[in-house]
Design a protein around this ligand. Sequence first.
Ligand code: FAD
Ligand code: PYC
Length: 406
Amino acid sequence: YAISREHPAPRFFRDCVEPKKTYDVVIIGGGGHGLAAAYYLAKDYGITNVAVLEKGYIGGGNTGRNTTIIRSNYLTPEGVKFYDASVKIYEGLSEELDLNLFYSNRGHFTLAHTESAMRTMRWRAEVNKHVGVESYVVGPEEISKACPQLDISCSGQAPILGALYHAPGSVARHDGVAWGYARGADQLGVEIFQNTEVTRIDVKGGKVCGVQTNNGYISTNKVLSAVAGFTPRITQMVDLQTPIVIHPLQACVTEPMKPWLDTILVSGSLHVYVSQSSRGELVMGSSLDPYEMHSTRSSLDFVEGLTSHITDMFPFLSNVKVVRQWAGMADLTPDFAPIMGKTPIEGFYLDAGWGTWGFKATPISGKTMAETIAKDMAPDLIKSFRLSRFEDYELTGEKGAASVGH
Ligand code: FAD
Ligand code: PYC
């Protein structure tokens, strides 16, 4: 590739224009996961002959569309350990990548409005504590203390009985995570190609041998697919079946306000979650759209439902304006856990099934997928996320900890 007047180097990383004929590893998808895998391949294993191919611009997929919640208060011990490892990397990531990711520890409340929801909160608290993660059940007084603006009766619609409190709950700047990993990978020698779409993957004798792109052909024996909502299109190219289905997930932000909301609040019953960003906007979302659709359109129906429930919780917000709304394409699995690791096609690695929950996993998914590719063997931390679990009936049920209604 050449850096020229037509293709000046952007501020963060080299502007790679023309891919080489061959790479040791090709990564499809320049979201947080693909870029983190590239970074750790180079940093942890010295594998730098790596190309990241992104059909649009980096971070333009779900990485730049999510509501940035980072937490590890899951339901299964396997899930809690995995996400806890990610939170621990996140805590030092601004320093490691030398970029301010606005990582902000807020504490996270999952509100319970019914006795059955309280039971799930107690269950999650016990699993979390068992694995050494700081989560416990609190009553309405403690919630009011942390967030005095919250109407505990929710305008009489669904009084709050208690919550699961999770001290490590945090938010961070989502596109910063993609840009930080991109710059880190680039500095170590990885080449990143934007506007480069993979249109075909060649497999011979059960082994990957190359990819066709709109920017030339690349030979390689190792391909990682990290394309979230586009996963079915890529797996179709190698004739691989997964149970992933795509539903839109929408979110929005309000006009900026002076800081008043210190914590992250999630209500499963009212189907809303909210935090306040470092620039004062309320970042809010609700349930998945209830139908399969490969689209990033957003709807009036979504903001109407969301704002009606948010004003049950915070009646004083009724005059605050929503200024932007958008959607991402969530790649959902039946058990709400990801699909990570090797596949029956030699040299084809899959990082998918991130649905509504994958931003928090970006660092650890990058690290563990890099290890899987480098050693051609998945580390223990991700073994329960293997694709074959759906054939073996060994699911990793995380629906009760998914945050977002389904
Ligand atoms: P992406 O960021 O989607 O990157 C995949 C990239 O692949 C895209 O840039 C795409 O252009 C590229 N691509 C696709 N096909 C090709 C091809 N053929 N060739 C080349 N490139 C290709 N998770 C949380 O943990 N916390 C949250 O608060 C949270 N909130 C969310 C809110 C919303 C509204 C949405 C939509 C998701 C939310 N998530 C959340 C989930 C999270 O955003 C995703 O799971 C995560 O960002 C997935 O990252 P990724 O890198 O795997 O995928
Ligand atoms: O996983 O915490 C989460 C989340 C919140 C909103 C969407 N995903």
